[in-house]
Design a binder for this molecule. Structure first.
Ligand SMILES: [Zn+2]
Length: 270
């Protein structure tokens, strides 16, 4: 399958030094929304959708004021998944399936641009986003982004395995949902097989490329703090980062692992 790596929403929080680990303390940082557009046999599959056209047009209602202030998104229509799909010569109807890593607002903004697509999600994540049981979940899951009624396809763990992880195979042999919870209750990585081997989109299971370095794992102060702050289960999140490091150590040549917001990882696929 041919896979395109795209940024569906650059964010520029302060500060480059704290977030990216280099640059000035007061210089804007760069965070991306690394999404995949997969050319499958019978249409397109999206992995994550970043920010969508409605977010760009009405950010206060769709995203809320706090997110906008904290992350300072660029909000460019040309960065939406729909714009990328059209730039590649496809139409919105060609997107048949969407596999979000989780349902946080910076991952599902594009869903409403593809209302006819089936949206595959790990069942505990859909429940969390529907119930919004805690204060934090009320701010991270935005009903306005889901008001169009996505065609949900909930998946449960089936006890299958992928590279030592439990998995749910959602779309034939070449795409798998790989639960790595902690950031949210039902957070998943998404494995996709392209012409070179496996890709593993780890979503927000980690934020900085150094965190999955099997030799000298490291984060940045800003991202380490932020991840602890927003984790629904920080013990599980840390345990899953260990598993991802082991995956890179043991299968680093067959599986290319990357996260949702690291610009260095996205650049490596350019
Ligand atoms: Zn995110």
């Amino acid at each position: 399958m041919k896979v395109h790596h795209v940024d569906c929403g650059t964010m520029c929080p302060v500060s480059a030094r704290l977030v990216n680990g280099r640059g000035g303390w007061f210089e804007p940082a760069t965070m991306v929304c690394h999404c995949l557009i997969v050319e499958a046999g019978d249409g397109l599959i999206l992995v994550d959708t970043g920010l969508g056209t409605a977010d760009v047009e009405d950010p206060r209602r769709r995203l809320g004021g706090a997110f906008k202030v904290a992350t300072r998104p660029k909000l460019l229509r040309e960065q939406t998944a729909l714009a990328h799909v059209e730039r590649l010569g496809f139409r919105r109807q060609d997107v048949r399936h969407i596999v979000p890593t989780h349902l946080d607002l910076d991952h599902v903004g594009g869903l409403s641009d593809f209302p006819d697509a089936s949206v595959h999600v790990f069942e505990p994540e859909l429940r969390a986003a529907t119930e919004r049981a805690t204060l934090q979940e009320r701010s991270r899951y935005r009903p306005a982004q889901l008001a169009h009624g996505p065609k949900w396809v909930p998946h449960a763990i089936e006890g299958d395995s992928w590279m030592g992880f439990d998995r749910v195979q959602v779309l034939g042999d070449d795409v798998a949902l790989v639960p790595v919870v902690g950031h949210t209750r039902g957070h998943c990585a998404v494995a996709v097989r392209d012409g070179h081997g496996w890709l593993l989109h780890a979503g927000d299971a980690y934020f900085f490329h150094g965190e999955v370095d099997p030799v000298s794992p490291r984060s940045t102060p800003g991202l380490a703090f932020f991840q602890r702050l927003v984790a629904m289960d920080d013990v599980a999140r840390r345990a899953n980062q260990v598993r991802l490091r082991e995956l890179v150590r043991d299968h680093g040549t067959d599986v290319r692992v990357f996260s949702a917001h690291d610009p260095v990882e996205l650049q490596a696929f350019a």
